[in-house]
Design a protein around this ligand. Structure first.
Ligand SMILES: *[C@@H]1O[C@H](CO)[C@@H](O)[C@H](O)[C@H]1NC(C)=O
Ligand SMILES: *[C@@H]1O[C@H](CO)[C@@H](O)[C@H](O)[C@H]1NC(C)=O
Ligand SMILES: *[C@@H]1O[C@H](CO)[C@@H](O)[C@H](O)[C@H]1NC(C)=O
Length: 928
């Protein structure tokens, strides 16, 4: 349902002459101030005395205050887009399967699409002879969606790579700054534009940051490069007021956007409290209210002809934007997480009578749907992350089921990136995860297209595929809600954005909407326990557990340290019998003849699912943190001897992560439930972090059997260009540490007993490390086991890294966040190979790391499958599984391999759900 349709639809203009008293009513139904309307006011009896010379202009201005924002009446008869770039040829996309976004997101059309003059000119059968100059793209039945719309982005103001000169997100000049404009910081050279476009993102709402209660005005941009190369040329329907005094007082205004933030961020930045922030809001809104009332008094006098001593129209450049909020002309985007904050904002909207377009982040929104509906005007939409949570108190109760719960309560759900917090290139992944956890497919696709378009007041031209809309469309290599879906081509304003796109060959099954598992119980529990449902699994009572209808079995091979596919059955007729946590029989039914009739056993139907090795995670502070943003819940940082004075008492002491381990964190248990059953975690340090440890993600405490799997795994060092000391100083220090006389863990590194894990991003640093490795080896006559972590630019040295026998642990989705990560290998559709595939091709042992956030660990199974999907055959499913199991163990020196097995019910990727973990070590089967 188009909730704001009334503001956009074609509307009748009052034609007949009317008395002034009726003006207001009739006027509300129009989109612009007509000349005759002004004449009506001026010619009425009461207006004959003291009429000033600019009366016409004043009346126009006053009448225009009542206009609701939106496109002009004749918008839909446009023949050319205002964003059309001269010289762009028409394009015909033939044979597309189009998700139009119409009919509640349930319409799918098989047709051709004609893009011309920046507009979707036709959907249907296109006669190519009429468009002989057109580019013809054969979609061959591929899915086509509207361009992805990101409601919450900092593209251009928080640019990649991050440099001192490129942070324009937050002004710290005061708590309420409604006069600031994100446009003023919009860098046209952000590396991320091209990357995000390659993920299908065509439009983004560029918001100021959340340091302030009112951070300033946001601007909607299209992500493509423009011929003018200016920031302004990127804007989509900017408010006319951008040109200052040249605003056309007769025209219907365009929607404006503004950022608000409550809760922790303004409190932290201004050393204040929620009370201070809320007062700052009230004070600012009261200033705007007073100004608005002065304007309204002025106008009521002018419109009723009381011209005497009228004076000038009350104006204030600093407050005009907030007055526009009170006039309902601004889409307010409110960073607001917790129930307490949402409550405060709902009160504020009712005190000052303005609507909020969307609550953003809003990790507790799903618990307070009824409260949200009490907001003034209309219920705000809720714009959230899928699974990124628990990073601070405000996000601690975040639930992956929030999108579904909010939708069930009738609220608009938007998935957003907060780019670069999440890389908006993968915004569709947020919608995919929301869908996996229960949001219906139509709403999941709408959550990144039509819904955000409507929430930002641009759904008269973007967010759906309709004739007359902007020519922003994406051709996908698989169904956009399937894991790893990547664009084959992306059009913005009818211009193809991918010069030479590459596609991975995708399996057939990914061309339809994934049929996702049932999470009804988990959804009910999320609400019942206010976001903190119990996560511990249950032990199977029967000692024997029989898994039937098994589709595939993958096991680690201890001899080769690889993962092998040991059984596969297209008809899903496999059986696995487990007794005391050990597989006693597996394979086809005939291999385990009595299994299905074992009466004492627990029988689990995997519905074609799989048995796979328990995964091992690395790359976050899992096990050293409950809430990363809360110091009092963390193990804390390790002194960096190169950038701070290390207290004498610990000088020379190597820190062991094992000493700081904490068990039972929500992220660890969620990881376990998704099949990540052990973790390698290093202390959180600078140059010399210390010694990593291996632990169980399920164990309740350190003294429990099997909690600490290995006290010390590897020695961890970081060499970075973002240090207080030079890279050369860091290398010299490392050389000296590994030189003659190295003892203890350093001696173990030199003798090859434990691996040396160096976090390094830049190819230049990596090259220096390879040289250093050889140097040390020549001196010592031993062989160092070097593993590179981070390693965003490692693909540039794939051959040399392979030859040096060095392993690499990297993220599945690279991003050029800082300069030393600038040269990423982005993978399809921008490059043929992904970084993982490039390294694997050179015989490098590769493992996958998470992005640093403990809440991401649970998504490791998705990372693994995604790496396989985009490898173009370079990785089999077994090899992909090894990326987050045996390879992690090899590269991090894990001696006692994780022997858990994960039973997944249903299909692969988004179609499966972990139902049990088979644990030989604890002789149990744990039921999820
Ligand atoms: C559209 O593409 C599908 C898949 O390649 C193909 O089977 C079908 O024949 C095509 N239809 C037309 C009209 O070209
Ligand atoms: C601002 O003025 C310029 C030059 O007159 C015009 O091209 C542009 O469209 C105007 N922008 C807006 C938002 O009105
Ligand atoms: C990788 O290893 C295989 C098998 O040992 C070998 O045939 C191949 O040449 C190696 N490739 C590279 C790029 O070193």
């Amino acid at each position: 349902m188009d909730k704001e349709a009334g503001q956009f639809g074609p509307q009748k203009r009052a034609k007949r002459r009317v008395k002034p008293i009726h003006l207001a009513l009739i006027f509300l139904a129009t989109c612009s101030v007509s000349f005759s309307l002004i004449q009506n006011v001026l010619s009425s009896k009461s207006t004959q005395e003291n009429v000033p010379i600019n009366a016409q202009s004043i009346v126009a201005q006053c009448l225009a205050l009542r206009l609701t924002p939106g496109p002009p009446d004749n918008f839909h008869s446009r023949k050319t887009s205002d964003r059309f770039e001269q010289g762009t040829k028409p394009t015909v996309i033939r044979n597309a399967t189009i998700w139009t976004g119409q009919h509640d997101g349930k319409e799918v059309i098989h047709a051709d699409i004609l893009l011309d003059k920046g507009i979707i000119k036709k959907i249907g059968s296109v006669d190519l002879q009429l468009y002989s100059d057109a580019e013809v793209v054969d979609a061959a039945g591929a899915w086509v969606s509207p361009g992805i719309v990101d409601l919450h982005s900092h593209l251009g103001v928080d640019s990649a790579p991050a440099l001192n000169g490129a942070s324009d997100t937050n002004s710290l000049k005061g708590l309420t700054l409604p006069w600031l404009r994100s446009l003023d910081g919009l860098n046209t050279h952000d590396d991320a534009y091209r990357l995000s476009t390659s993920g299908g993102v065509t439009t983004a709402n560029v918001l100021p940051g959340s340091a302030d209660a009112i951070g300033g005005q946001a601007f909607v941009i299209k992500l493509r490069p423009t011929m003018e190369r200016s920031s302004s040329a990127m804007l989509l329907e900017p408010p006319f007021s951008l040109n200052g005094t040249h605003t056309d007082k007769f025209q219907r205004p365009r929607w404006r956007q503004m950022k608000h933030a409550c809760g922790e961020n303004p409190s932290r930045v201004y050393a204040g409290t929620r009370m201070d922030t809320q007062w700052a809001f009230r004070k600012a809104y009261d200033t705007a209210r007073v100004l608005k009332e002065k304007q309204d008094t002025f106008c009521s006098k002018a419109l009723s002809g009381r011209w005497k001593d009228l004076g000038d129209f009350p104006e204030d450049l600093q407050w005009e934007a907030l007055v526009d909020v009170l006039r309902g002309r601004v889409k307010v985007h409110n960073h607001c997480y917790e129930g307490v904050d949402i409550d405060g904002m709902v009160r504020l909207t009712n005190e000052f009578k303005f609507p909020i377009a969307a609550f953003h982040h809003a990790h507790e929104a799903y618990m307070v749907s009824d409260l949200i509906k009490k907001a003034y005007g209309h219920p705000p939409a809720v714009a959230i992350f899928a699974t990124n949570a628990r990073y601070k108190r405000e996000a601690y109760r975040g639930s992956e089921f929030a999108p579904r719960i909010l939708a069930d309560n009738g609220l608009d759900v938007v998935m957003k990136s907060d780019h670069p917090v999440l890389n908006s290139r993968h915004l569709i992944y947020e919608a995919q995860q929301a869908h996996y956890f229960g949001l219906p497919a139509n709403l999941a696709l709408a959550s990144v297209t039509s819904t955000p378009a409507r929430v930002m007041g641009q759904d008269h031209r973007i967010g759906r595929i309709i004739e007359g809309y902007d020519a922003d469309v994406v051709i996908w290599d698989s169904h956009p809600l399937s894991l790893g879906a990547a664009p084959k081509q992306v059009f913005v304003d009818g211009i193809a954005q991918l010069k030479a796109p590459y596609s991975s060959a995708k399996p057939k099954g990914v061309q339809h909407v994934p049929s996702t598992p049932n999470f009804d119980k988990e959804i009910a529990d999320a609400i019942k326990y206010e976001g903190l449902p119990p996560l511990e699994p249950e032990k199977s009572e029967p000692e024997v557990v029989v898994f039937k209808n098994v589709g595939s079995i993958f096991l680690k091979n201890p001899a080769t340290q690889r993962v092998d596919e040991v059984f596969t059955s297209a008809s899903a007729e496999g059986v696995v019998v487990v007794k005391g946590g050990q597989i006693v029989c597996s394979g086809s039914v005939s291999a385990c003849p009595d299994a299905l009739s074992l009466s004492e056993a627990l029988h689990l139907d995997l519905e074609g699912g799989s048995i796979t090795p328990g995964l091992v995670t690395y790359g976050s502070a899992l096990g050293l943190s409950h809430i990363p943003g809360e110091a009092s819940t963390n193990d804390g940082p390790v002194f960096d001897p190169l950038s701070s004075q290390v207290p004498r008492i610990i000088d020379g002491v190597l820190i062991k992560a094992a000493d700081g381990l904490m068990f039972g964190t929500r992220d660890a248990l969620l990881a376990y439930r998704s099949g990540v059953t052990s973790a390698v975690t290093a202390p959180r340090g600078g140059f010399l972090s210390g010694l990593s440890t291996v632990f169980s993600t399920l164990a309740p405490h350190k003294l429990a059997k099997g909690a600490v799997i290995q006290d010390v795994a590897a020695l961890h060092v970081r060499v970075t260009m973002n240090s207080r000391v030079s890279v050369s100083t860091q290398l010299a220090t490392l050389r000296s540490l590994l030189g003659k006389g190295a003892s203890g863990p350093l001696g173990d590194v030199v003798s090859g007993k434990i691996p040396l894990v160096v976090e390094a991003e830049s190819a230049d640093v990596i090259a220096s490390l390879i040289v250093l490795k050889k140097e040390v080896e020549t001196t010592s006559g031993t062989r160092i086991r070097l593993t590179l972590a981070g390693a965003t630019e490692a693909h540039l040295l794939a051959k040399e890294i392979g030859q040096a026998g060095v392993g690499v642990i990297l993220q599945q989705r690279p991003f050029p966040g800082v300069w030393e990560q600038k040269r990423i290998l982005p993978g399809p559709p921008l490059t043929q190979s992904s970084a993982i595939a490039a390294l694997v091709t050179h015989n490098v042992t590769v493992a996958i790391a998470v992005d640093g956030e403990p809440s991401s660990v649970r998504n490791t199974p998705f990372d693994v499958a995604w790496a396989g999907l985009e490898s173009n055959g370079a990785l089999s499913r077994a090899e992909a599984l090894a990326l987050a199991s045996s390879n992690v163990e090899t590269l991090l020196g894990v001696k006692e391999s994780n022997t858990d097995l994960v039973a997944t019910c249903g299909g692969v990727d988004f179609e499966g759900k972990v139902v049990a973990i088979i644990s030989p070590r604890s002789a149990t089967v744990n039921l999820i």
